[in-house]
Write a protein that binds this ligand. Structure first.
Ligand code: HAM
Length: 435
C-alpha cells in the first residue's frame, strides 16, 4: 500500500514521559500488588485523590523548594482557576484529610503519577509514579518505625540487597526554625565562599544551600552546624525511640545529620533509601518523614503525620541493576485455534473466561499454521484445536505445548472439567467470575 503524502508526522510521548507496555507493565502490576498487600496488612487503605489541585495546596507547603518554585506544572483552567498537577502525594492527602476529617489514626496508601518539570535523564522524569503511604493523627515514634519498616520490608521482599537506609531528625517545628536562623547566620558570614547560585538562596531558603550539589558550596559547608547537635529534649527522646525501634527490628541504618529532604514540611524523623546499584544522580529510591505541621498549614486542626514515597521507575531500575524481580511469566494458559470460521473460538474462549481460565485466541480466520505459531509464542501451556472433524464430532483436540505429553480429544461438554484437572490450578468457580 502506498503511503498517503499528507500523512502527518507521528506523535511521541512528551519529553520526560514514557509509555509502559506489556510485558513490562506486568512488572508494574506485580509491584503495585505486592505493595498493596504489604501495606494492607498494616491497616493502610487505598486513597485516590485528584491529579490536580488548587495551586495553594502545594505552594503553601513548599515555597522554598525547587519542586514547588521551579518544577510545578501549573495552569489556569477555562474557569480561570489556578491549578497545578500534583508534584508529590503528601500535600494532596493532607488536603483530603482536612476536607473530610476522617477518624484518626488515618492510614492510607497510593500509587499515583506525580509531575515535575525536571531535566529528564535515566531515573528522572517529568511524570513519574510513586507508591506511598501517609499516616495521620499520631505522634507516636513507633509509627515512624512502622512506616520505615514497611518500605524496608517491601524492598527486601523484592530481593533488593544493596539498599542503605539513612535517617535524620529535623526536630520540632521550633527546633527547625531555630536551626534555619542559625544556618542563615552561619552562611551569611561565609557568603563569598559559596557558589553565587547558592549565595542567592541564603536569605530566603538557607536550608536549600545545604542540599547543594555544587562543589564550591559543598567544600564551604563542611563544618556547618548540624541540627542533631541542637535538638530539644523532646526531639532527642523521639529520635532515640525511633532508633531503638529500628535496632529492635534488625533494620540497619546510618544517621546522616546533613540529610535535607527536598520538601519543606518535615519535622522530627526524615529518611531516605539509597541504592548503591544506581548512579548517584538517581540513587535515592525512596524517602519520607514526619510532617507534624502540614495539616495545620492547610487549614486543619493540629495533626501529626508521617509517610513516604518511592518511585516505581526507580525501584524497577534498581531491580534491573541487582538482577531481581523479573517480569512475571506469561499470563495465558490456553490458546484456542479454530480453522472452521471462528464461531467455535468465539464461544469456547468466552465460555472458558467465564469459568475462570486464562485464554487467548486467534482472529481473522488465519491458517492453521499461522494460528499454531501464535499459540506457541503466546506462552500458553495448551492449545485447544477445533478443525472440521472436531466441529462435526463435538470435540476439541487438547495439545500440550510446553510439556512432552501426547495430545488427546475431549468432548466439548467435558472440556472445563478436563482442563481443570490438566492445569490443576486453583481457579475461581464461574459464580465468582461470571459478570
Ligand atoms: P520525594 O523524595 O520528593 O518525596 O520523592 C519520593 C520518591 O519519588 C523519590 O525517592 C524517587 O524515588 C521518586 N521521584 C521523585 N522525583 C522523581 C522524578 N523526577 N523521576 C523519577 N522518580 C522520582 C516526596 O515526594 C514526598 N511526598 C515523600 C513523603 C511522603 N514524605 C512524607 N510522606
Amino acid at each position: 500500500m502506498s503511503e498517503s503524502p499528507s500523512r502527518p508526522e507521528p506523535f511521541k510521548a512528551p519529553v520526560g514521559t514514557h509509555d509502559v507496555l506489556p510485558p513490562e507493565s506486568s512488572r508494574w502490576q506485580a509491584l503495585i500488588a505486592r505493595f498493596a498487600d504489604r501495606v494492607g496488612r498494616a491497616g493502610y487503605g487505598l486513597v485516590q485523590s485528584p491529579m490536580f489541585e488548587e495551586i495553594g495546596v502545594f505552594s503553601r507547603v513548599g515555597e522554598g523548594t525547587d519542586v514547588v518554585r521551579k518544577e510545578m506544572y501549573d495552569f489556569l483552567d477555562k474557569g480561570e482557576r489556578h491549578l497545578a498537577l500534583r508534584p508529590e502525594g503528601t500535600a494532596s492527602v493532607a488536603r483530603a484529610f482536612v476536607q473530610h476529617r476522617p477518624t484518626t489514626p488515618w492510614k492510607v496508601w497510593y500509587a499515583a503519577p506525580s509531575f515535575r518539570y525536571e531535566r529528564p535523564q535515566a531515573g528522572r522524569y517529568r511524570q513519574h509514579h510513586q507508591l506511598g503511604v501517609e499516616a495521620l493523627g499520631s505522634a507516636d515514634p513507633d509509627l515512624d518505625v512502622e512506616v520505615i519498616a514497611l518500605l524496608w520490608d517491601f524492598y527486601a521482599a523484592l530481593g533488593l540487597r544493596q539498599i542503605e537506609l539513612v535517617i535524620n531528625s529535623m526536630g520540632t517545628a521550633e527546633d527547625r526554625r531555630a536551626h534555619v536562623d542559625r544556618i542563615r547566620l552561619w552562611l551569611g558570614d561565609r557568603i563569598d565562599q559559596l557558589d553565587p547560585a547558592d549565595a542567592a538562596k541564603v536569605a530566603d531558603h538557607p536550608m536549600r544551600v545545604l542540599d547543594s550539589k555544587r562543589p564550591v558550596t559543598i567544600a564551604a559547608i563542611v563544618d556547618a552546624p548540624r541540627i542533631t547537635d541542637s535538638l530539644s529534649p523532646e526531639a532527642v527522646a523521639h529520635f532515640d525511640r525511633v532508633r531503638a525501634g529500628l535496632d529492635a527490628l534488625g533494620i540497619p541504618y546510618r544517621v546522616e545529620p546533613r540529610l535535607v529532604r527536598g520538601l519543606d514540611y518535615y519535622t522530627h524523623t526524615t529518611f531516605e533509601f539509597i541504592s548503591h546499584a544506581l548512579d548517584a544522580a538517581q540513587s535515592t529510591i525512596g524517602g519520607g518523614g514526619r510532617y507534624d505541621g502540614l495539616v495545620e498549614s492547610l487549614g486543619g486542626p493540629p495533626t501529626p503525620g508521617i509517610g513516604f514515597g518511592t518511585g516505581i521507575e526507580r525501584v524497577l531500575l534498581t531491580c534491573e541493576a541487582e538482577g531481581v524481580f523479573p517480569a512475571p511469566a506469561a499470563a495465558i494458559d490456553l490458546y484456542v485455534v479454530d480453522t472452521t470460521g471462528g464461531d467455535a473460538a468465539r464461544d469456547i474462549a468466552v465460555d472458558l473466561h467465564r469459568h475462570g481460565f486464562r485464554v487467548e485466541r486467534a482472529y481473522d480466520a488465519r491458517s492453521m499454521k499461522s494460528q499454531m505459531k501464535t499459540a506457541d509464542r503466546s506462552g500458553a501451556r495448551i492449545a485447544l484445536i477445533i478443525g472440521s472433524d472436531e466441529l462435526a464430532a463435538g470435540i476439541v483436540t487438547v495439545r500440550p505445548l510446553r510439556e512432552d505429553q501426547p495430545q488427546r480429544t475431549v468432548a466439548r461438554e467435558h472440556l472445563v472439567a478436563e482442563l481443570r484437572t490438566l492445569l490443576s490450578d486453583p481457579l475461581p468457580s464461574p459464580s465468582e467470575d461470571h459478570p
